[in-house]
Design a binder for this molecule. Sequence first.
Ligand SMILES: NC(=O)c1ccc[n+]([C@@H]2O[C@H](COP(=O)([O-])OP(=O)(O)OC[C@H]3O[C@@H](n4cnc5c(N)ncnc54)[C@H](O)[C@@H]3O)[C@@H](O)[C@H]2O)c1
Length: 327
Amino acid sequence: MNILVTGGAGYIGSHFVKAAIGAGHRPVVLDNLSTGHRWAVLAEDFYDADLADGAKLKDILSKERIEAVVHFAANAYVGESIENPTKYFNNNYVNTLKLLDAMLECGVRTLIFSSTCAVYGIPGSIPITEDEPKKPINPYGLTKHFIEETLKWYESAYGLNCIALRYFNAAGADPGLDTGEMHDPETHLIPLVLEAAAGRREFIEIFGADYDTPDGTCVRDYIHVSDLAVAHLLALDYLMTAGKSGTFNLGGNRGHSVREVIDVARSVTSSDIPVRQGQRRPGDPPVLVSDSTHARQTLGWEPGYEDISVIVGHAWQWMKKAGEMGL
Ligand SMILES: NC(=O)c1ccc[n+]([C@@H]2O[C@H](COP(=O)([O-])OP(=O)(O)OC[C@H]3O[C@@H](n4cnc5c(N)ncnc54)[C@H](O)[C@@H]3O)[C@@H](O)[C@H]2O)c1
């Protein structure tokens, strides 16, 4: 299939591109390189373009004979979304509407959308199923929730079929080390811990150690980015064959505390990682763990890299390779 991959120069998008090529598809990447990287574009076809440019979107969709869109492009910093909500409402929501309208004008009615566990806010029950009430507590999560809701209306009114995938914490790197995570600023725990292991960061700060969790630190569900990529291919197959829209959690169904991740990183890197105890951050739920049974049963998704030390190990290998390449 000819697949338009928005945000294909970003962390998760570049892993999807690699998986899509491996599965025999032709990904066409559209990315404005605002947080992504030219080196991360693994597709032959690349447009340095912005989602805001509706005319360009239509041009690409028709010229490249696009059959499906996988939509990763977004801003994804929770803290920034609280400080600058307009950036998030415009780029994540308004620009997604431009994409949907361009798709409809060009007769493309198949979409895989990157959603997030941030749509749940502070969940009432753990593990979190797709039925958990959606109560986002920041503009980032709200934009994703708006899009999910909008998509239901686009399906009933215009026949646009969509699968929304709610990722938990994407982590790790391509086992072949063709791509990996590189955000600036970095806000994700595993690369931050590894930066401390590499001596590029003086210490890792733990935000709160007095939560009601086994060791007092927050618990999160880490899912290997290459497993996420495969889930998108399965979702695409499902949408093309069953023709049914849907929403799926994508997580590992188990949680790891901040302290546990630091200990795993110490053992993977054989480094002493200095830690500093900080205050809780407002709005951090104590525990976020998925129930991803729906994706496993309906899409046949079976994550291949569930062990947290494998996830951290791939991220570490990637960080070392990126350093050698001067990235
Ligand atoms: N990383 C995670 O753990 C996680 C968790 C849940 C959901 N998500 C979602 O997954 C998607 C990808 O996340 P990521 O971690 O790969 O982020 P990323 O920042 O690495 O990738 C996003 C890409 O989109 C591009 N982009 C942004 N706005 C654009 C625009 N207007 N036009 C064209 N390109 C644009 C950026 O340049 C970047 O390459 C996002 O939608 C994010 O909300 C990520």
